[in-house]
Design a protein around this ligand. Structure first.
Ligand code: HEM
Ligand code: SF4
Length: 780
């Protein structure tokens, strides 16, 4: 029986612990960063609107029962703003949720067998599946059951939540690769060999700012190997993935960095270990039986024209004779809670496996006997506004874009909507265009799947003499198919306001030549890209602001285009942000301690805090998420001092801190400062997989009398005043002492180190931290 997936046993405890964190956050005891590190892996992202959240609900392979759907609709009605969103990875989202409602949402979801766990962050994300798995006449076999079983297994594993980056898995039942297995971190495509059920396995593909096609890892594995192979790839990623640079952290970067041979070698090693340990095979259960409703149902009314048009556009026969699948177009994935609830109620008599979400942000209803198609049509006609539009509308997809996403550059959703409005009013015969995908992403991150589109757009900002204006990179001609997958090609860039004209011209160009090609895709491959380049040239010029202001306003925007509200996104937030947070805490405390105006009490407090931050910072690299002082000190003693990674001479400071002997800590100020430096230095030696190089043991002499390091914050101090202040600080030190100064980017970092060197001091190093620089100087 397909159940989607089973909830992990520890879920209640995890929800309780998140509730406690939110409570403490409200009291100011837990920072926003710490909370973020825990909520994002739980699929809770902050929207662009401060303190407003979206919640992503895991729906394995897009599967959801009508009862669950009705439940989600009720939750969204109570806590959201009256609608539900179908995502491009076959999940559901509730938007505009308050932080204080998150826990209630999670508990109510749990009651209906759903969870948000792994909805975001560096985790095993929702497993995607060809939406027509189980009903596609061309499929080799139904892969849905593997999606459910693998989800159940992986969400229960603790290492699925602390990966270097997100980890996306997909399944397809045929070479058409409807599930996008060939562009996922791990992808499985059904194959039968010598009468045995199995899969072709792709790895290290995926969409993002640097999208990549997957590589064929194994030409055939037996179906029982799905879990061991996935586990081995997950282990390779966990052990060797890059945890220091989130922009080069996905499995595809690891493949690129190691090279194919080394990647395969490490995969084989992990695979051998797993097999030696022995694993329990996935529980592959029988599929849901198709249910025919016992009441209702009318013979097809052949004479009703709109019904017939609808059937040609949206209804397809399944491999099961007499049953049909029906695509329900959802405009840009948004559907009102009332419509969702109505649909859920309508579908209940058809059994639990009657609905899946598509990657085009639509619903696909399945298992409808022909006698019931007319009923469904009438129901949808009164519920779904797009029902009388050509299927092309259902294929226009956009990510949320800058209206809610913190990373968004352009209002992609508004651009997509404007395009739909324009097409509705045009006299183009869109039914002739067929099944093409037009995809929008609000920035290069590809959430709107532009690299796999027939025609794709990704938002960017361009500048001319009159200022910034919204624009899009244009891509075309993706091929998704086992053995042939090729991402869409970059064709050029256009101002956002020219986008609609461009699409219309491109569609017209095809319609006028349609007779010469089998379909739009063939046209794009054979001559469409050349036409598209010409059209781009036609529209790439942006008039001056005085001449035509509209180019400087994005679609749906009433203020001039700007990037001011763009924030650092939360896409990779996870436990490892905590490390950055403590390293920042260390730096800020060092700076605070360098102030001349501190009284003894302040100094004592700051030194205590410094010991705490220094002991906690690197614990996360050892899998410890220390919640308090006690756990931090114990962890530091056993994992860092006990292992020799940090010099034994620091043990007594930690012991003083454990006992709360703050006056002893005050007396050891120089050593405390050195401890912080030692932790920072150790961090500098850390490789991508959290291994530290053997630490430099402190010479005996320096344990007794360490060079004092003073940190001075000259951010916001302009040239040449920052150099003058540096000189004053250096004058207070003796030869060999170290001074660290913090300088703004730009002129300060370009000038001050040079001037310091010219005075004969040594600049030992300069390092960029966020938007400023830390420069270490040794006094001459
Ligand atoms: C650097 C940051 C981000 C990257 C690289 C990124 C990348 C992606 C990619 C490639 C997809 C397509 C799903 C697939 O692989 O099939 C996706 C889906 C999505 N992204 Fe992002 N994303 C980022 C940040 C965000 C943020 C901040 C938001 C919040 C508004 C967001 C919202 C979504 C949504 C709603 C989906 C649809 C699917 C889902 O996972 O259920 N993304 N993202
Ligand atoms: S593509 Fe960019 S704008 Fe769109 S949701 Fe992803 S990060 Fe946000």
């Amino acid at each position: 029986m397909i159940k989607g997936y089973e909830l992990p046993l520890g879920l209640d405890a995890e929800i309780d612990s998140l509730e406690e964190l939110i409570r403490k956050h409200r009291l100011g005891e837990v920072s926003a960063t710490e909370l973020k590190a825990h909520r994002v892996p739980f699929g809770v992202y902050e929207q662009r609107q401060t303190d407003t959240y979206m919640v992503r609900i895991r729906c394995a392979g897009g599967f959801i029962t009508p009862v669950q759907l009705e439940g989600v609709s009720a939750i969204a009605l109570r806590y959201g703003i009256g609608d539900v969103h179908v995502t491009s990875r076959q999940e559901l989202q509730i938007h505009y949720v308050k932080l204080d409602d998150i826990i209630a949402i999670m508990r109510r979801l749990k009651e209906i067998g759903l969870s948000t766990r792994g909805g975001g962050g560096n985790t095993v994300r929702n497993i995607a599946c060809a939406v027509d798995a189980g009903i596609d006449p061309q499929e080799i076999f139904d892969v849905s059951v593997y999606v459910s079983a693998l989800t159940t297994r992986l969400i229960a594993e603790s290492d699925s939540w602390n990966l270097p980056r997100k980890f996306k898995i997909a399944f397809s039942g045929s070479a058409e690769d409807e599930g996008y297995a060939t562009i996922s971190d791990v992808g499985f495509i059904a194959k039968i060999k010598d009468g045995r059920k199995g899969f072709r396995v792709y790895a290290a593909g995926g969409l993002g700012a640097k999208s990549a096609e997957g590589k064929l890892l194994l030409d055939f594995i037996d179906a029982e190997e799905v879990y061991p192979v996935t586990k081995a790839l997950k282990n390779v990623f966990f052990k060797y993935g890059n945890r220091r640079n989130k922009h080069a952290a996905r499995l595809r970067s690891l493949w690129q960095n190691l090279g194919e041979e080394e990647f395969r070698k490490r995969f084989s090693e992990e695979y051998a270990i797993i097999n030696a340990q022995g694993v329990t095979p996935l529980l592959i259960e029988d599929q849901v039986q198709v249910v025919a409703p016992t009441a209702g149902g009318q013979k097809i009314s052949f004479d009703q024209e709109d019904f017939l048009v609808w059937k040609t556009r949206f209804v397809k026969p399944q491999k099961q004779e007499g049953l049909y699948s029906v695509l329900i177009p959802i405009e840009l994935g948004f559907i009102s809670c009332d419509s969702v609830a109505g649909l859920a109620r309508f579908l209940k008599p058809f059994g639990s496996d009657v609905l899946r979400m598509t990657k085009d942000q639509n619903f696909l209803v399945r298992n409808i006997p022909s006698d019931y198609l007319f009923d469904l049509f009438i129901f949808l006609k009164n519920t779904i506004s797009q029902l009388n539009q050509p299927a092309l509308y259902a294929r226009i997809l956009s990510c949320t874009g800058a209206s809610t996403c913190q990373l968004g550059i352009c209002f992609s959703r508004q651009a997509a909507r404007a395009l739909m409005d324009e097409l509705k009013n045009s006299n183009l015969n869109l039914d002739k265009i067929g099944d093409i995908k037009i995809n929008f992403s609000g920035c290069p991150n590809s959430c709107g799947h532009h690299p796999v589109a027939d025609l794709g757009f990704s938002g960017k900002a361009l500048r001319n003499l009159d200022g910034l204006y919204p624009a899009y990179s244009v891509f075309a001609g993706a091929i998704i198919n086992d053995g042939q997958t090729k991402l869409a090609e970059y064709i050029g860039e256009i101002p956002a306001k020219a986008l609609i004209l461009l699409v219309k011209d491109f569609l017209s160009a095809f319609i006028s030549k349609a007779e010469s090609f089998t379909n739009f895709r063939e046209y794009i491959r054979e001559s469409g890209k050349v036409d598209l380049k010409e059209i781009i040239l036609r529209y790439s010029k942006v008039p001056g602001f005085g001449e035509d202001k509209k180019y400087y306003f994005d679609w749906g925007a009433d203020t001039i285009f700007s990037l001011a509200e763009r924030k650092a996104g939360e896409c990779s937030a996870g436990f490892f942000d905590l490390l950055e947070m403590d390293l920042n805490n260390i730096r800020n405390t060092q700076a605070a301690l360098a102030k001349d105006t501190l009284d003894v009490g302040q100094k004592e407090k700051l030194l205590g805090e410094l010991v705490f931050y220094a002991s906690r910072a690197l614990l996360i690299t050892r899998g410890l998420d220390a919640k308090n002082h006690k756990e931090s000190y114990e962890g530091f003693l056993s994992h860092f001092i006990g292992t020799g990674l940090v010099d034994e001479s620091f043990r007594d400071i930690i012991t003083d801190a454990q006992r709360g002997d703050t006056d002893k800590i005050l007396a050891k100020q120089a050593q405390v400062l050195e401890l912080a430096k030692a932790v920072q230095a150790l961090y500098e030696t850390m490789d991508n997989s959290f291994n530290f190089k053997k630490p430099v043991v402190m010479p005996e002499a320096s344990k007794k009398e360490v060079a004092i390091t003073i940190v001075k914050d000259f951010r916001g101090v302009t040239c040449p005043l920052n150099f003058v202040k540096t000189k004053i600080e250096l004058a207070k030190l003796k030869t060999g002492d170290l001074l660290e100064i913090w300088l703004d980017d730009g002129a300060p970092i370009e000038n001050v180190p040079g001037s310091v060197k010219a005075e004969g001091h040594k600049v030992l190093g300069q390092k960029r931290i966020d938007n400023y620089w830390a420069v270490t100087i040794e006094k001459k």
